[in-house]
Structure formats: structure tokens, C-alpha cells
Design a protein around this ligand. Structure first.
Ligand code: DAH
Length: 344
């Protein structure tokens, strides 16, 4: 038995030395020390020995057991050490490596112009109001006094969703919503601007897009005059393009205003002297349409034109962004090429 125990010890210790992982170690533990293990079997058979041999054999068996347990422990530690070394090597950090810079977004030039316009008007005491992009034909045309045979109503100019619904062709229907609500809720006078997307059945070219952006302005009160209109437009154009810029009002015609005008802005390159950019005229940009709110429009919203008057204007803000940032082609605003957008 003594020899058997010594052989078993040598064999177990040698095998443990060669173990590479915990699974191997566990297998060996079971093989020798498990319930049905070899050493366990020897310990069990101890009873069959002659009485005088038992103490010595028992002592030896316990020593062997302790030795194997110890060897198992150190084999486990060796495996653990080897594995953490391997892991450390794999996770080595090269602290000299340049970092990865997160791409940080910027405001789109159009949104910058929109926000700048809104804040100019907020400073002047106007409310900033939103409106839906899908509008009723009533708000988009009828209540704005647009004749039934007006070309802007044509299916070839306007995106109709149904007989009564369109993608709004301008931001002017927000005026109708605001006036009706003001009458309903007794919230007069009105001083508001509204910016947003508008849609027309246009082919894409350098200056046109079927989706574009407008800003609408409406002021309704007792005693509002054309002088107020001219003054506020002049004021905000100077805020937007600088104090040297001049405005020019040309008579025009819109169904919803009477009288109506278009406003030009002096050329920002030659400051009105005349240059190739403005074809020598000194005037570069047809900025907006405006006028005194038509009495029919006031009436359609429940306002008495004998008591209240109003002025309004509507402006394409894509064009403002293009002039302000020298962008030659409207497509650049909507293609969302980050190389272009990063420049602003
Ligand atoms: N809604 C007009 C357009 O599309 C612009 C406009 C003209 C708006 C005169 C107004 C206005 O409020 O008074 O193009």
C-alpha cells in the first residue's frame, strides 16, 4: 500500500505540473480526490489492513492527500497568473496613439438664418408662431382672398393631397390661423412671425426647389399704416444685412394685400453703386412681398376692417441664407453634404 500511495503521489504531482487550465486541474482532482477517486479508494480500503500497519499507512495517505491538495492550489494559481498576463498583454494601451475626435455637428446655415430672423423679431416684440405644413385649401387660398381662377391654385403648381388639403404653398395661411384664433380668444393686437417649410410644384434648378422656406410676418391693430410697414421692414433688413443696406419698395399685386409691394435690397457687394453682381443696377435682391392686409381677408377672419388694419410680408429665407453666406446654388442647402455644411 505504501508503494501504491507513493506512485499515486508522483503521478498526480507530475500531471498537475503539466496542466494548462482549470478544467484539466479539476479533472485530476476528481480522478484522485473525488468520491470515486483513486486516493479515496485507498483510504476506504484502509480497514482491510492489519491493525499494526494502519497508523503508518493512514498517516502517509493523509500526507499524500495534503500534498496533492497543495499542488492543485498552486497549479490553479499558476493558471490564473498566466491568464492575467495574457490578458494584460492583449489590453495594452498605447498612450501615445492620437485620440479619436468625435464629429461635432453644426447649425445648418438655413437654421442659423431662421433663428437669427426669429430672434431679431422677438427683440422687436413679435411672437414666433408655428403652423402645419399640410393646410386646408381654405386657409391656403380661400380666406386669403385668392380668386378661384388664380394660377397658383392650379394642380400643376400646387401639391394637392385631396380636394381640400394641400402642402402649403406659402406661410401666409398661418396669418389666417392667427387672426381667427385672436378673434376667438380676444387676443388682439397681433404681432407675429412664422417660419417654416413651403412647397410648390417646381423643377429643381440653381434657385428653385419644390421644398423651400419662408417667413411670414403679420401685424394687426387699430390704426396700423403703410408707414409702419415700411419702417419695420427697413429696420429688420438693416438688422439682418447691416445698417448701410437700403430698401426699395416697388408696387406689386397679391390677392391678400392692398396695396401690395415687393421689396428690393441694395447690392451688398457694391453697396448700391452698381457692379457686375447686380448687373450695374445697385439693387441685388428681391427680398419679400408685402402689403396692407386686404379688407376681405380681415373680414374672412371675423375682423372689422373699419376698426382694424394690418400689414404683412412674406419672405423666402433660403435666398436670404444664400445671399448672406454667398451660396451660389440652392441644391447645396438640401443635399446635406457634410463637407459643405462644415464650412459654416
Ligand atoms: N405669400 C406670398 C408668396 O408666396 C408672399 C407674401 C406677399 C406674403 C405679400 C405676404 C404679403 O404676407 O403681404 O410668395
Amino acid at each position: 500500500m505504501k508503494e501504491q500511495l507513493l506512485n499515486l503521489k508522483t503521478e498526480a504531482l507530475n500531471r498537475l505540473k503539466e496542466c494548462n487550465d482549470n478544467a484539466d486541474i479539476e479533472k485530476i482532482r476528481i480522478q484522485y480526490l473525488g468520491k470515486k477517486g483513486e486516493l479515496t479508494a485507498i483510504l476506504r480500503s484502509m480497514g482491510s489492513l492489519p491493525e499494526e500497519e494502519r497508523p503508518e499507512a493512514g498517516k502517509l495517505a493523509n500526507e499524500v492527500r495534503a500534498l496533492i491538495e497543495e499542488a492543485i492550489q498552486s497549479a490553479k494559481e499558476a493558471v490564473h497568473e498566466r491568464e492575467s498576463e495574457k490578458r494584460l498583454k492583449k489590453e495594452t494601451l498605447d498612450i501615445t496613439m492620437p485620440g479619436r475626435y468625435p464629429e461635432i455637428g453644426r447649425r445648418h446655415p438655413l437654421m442659423r438664418v431662421k433663428e437669427e430672423l426669429e430672434s431679431v423679431f422677438m427683440r422687436m416684440g413679435y411672437d414666433v408662431i408655428g403652423g402645419p405644413e399640410i393646410e386646408t385649401v381654405a386657409n391656403n387660398f380661400d380666406d386669403l382672398n385668392t380668386p378661384y381662377d388664380h394660377p397658383s391654385r392650379d394642380w400643376s403648381d400646387t401639391f394637392y393631397i385631396s380636394d381640400n388639403l394641400v402642402l402649403r404653398t406659402h406661410t401666409s395661411p398661418v396669418e389666417i390661423r392667427v387672426m381667427k384664433e385672436a378673434v376667438r380668444e380676444g387676443k388682439l393686437p397681433i404681432r407675429m412671425v412664422s417660419t417654416g417649410r413651403t412647397f410648390r410644384f417646381d423643377d429643381v434648378d440653381d434657385t428653385h426647389s419644390p421644398m423651400f422656406h419662408q417667413m411670414e410676418c403679420l401685424v394687426v391693430d387699430k390704426g396700423v399704416t403703410m408707414a409702419n410697414l415700411k419702417d419695420s421692414i427697413d429696420q429688420f433688413v438693416k438688422e439682418l444685412f447691416g445698417s448701410k443696406v437700403k430698401t426699395r419698395f416697388r408696387p406689386h399685386n397679391f390677392p391678400f394685400t392692398e396695396p401690395s409691394a415687393e421689396v428690393d435690397v441694395s447690392c451688398h457687394i457694391c453697396m448700391g453703386k452698381g457692379c457686375p453682381a447686380c448687373s450695374g443696377t445697385g439693387w441685388s435682391m428681391e427680398l419679400l412681398g408685402c402689403g396692407m392686409t386686404h379688407p376681405n381677408v380681415l373680414r374672412n377672419c371675423g375682423l372689422d376692417p373699419e376698426i382694424y388694419s394690418g400689414y404683412a410680408f412674406g419672405m423666402g429665407i433660403d435666398r436670404v441664407a444664400m445671399v448672406k453666406y454667398g451660396i451660389p446654388n440652392i441644391r447645396l442647402l438640401f443635399e446635406n453634404d457634410v463637407r459643405f455644411l462644415k464650412q459654416f
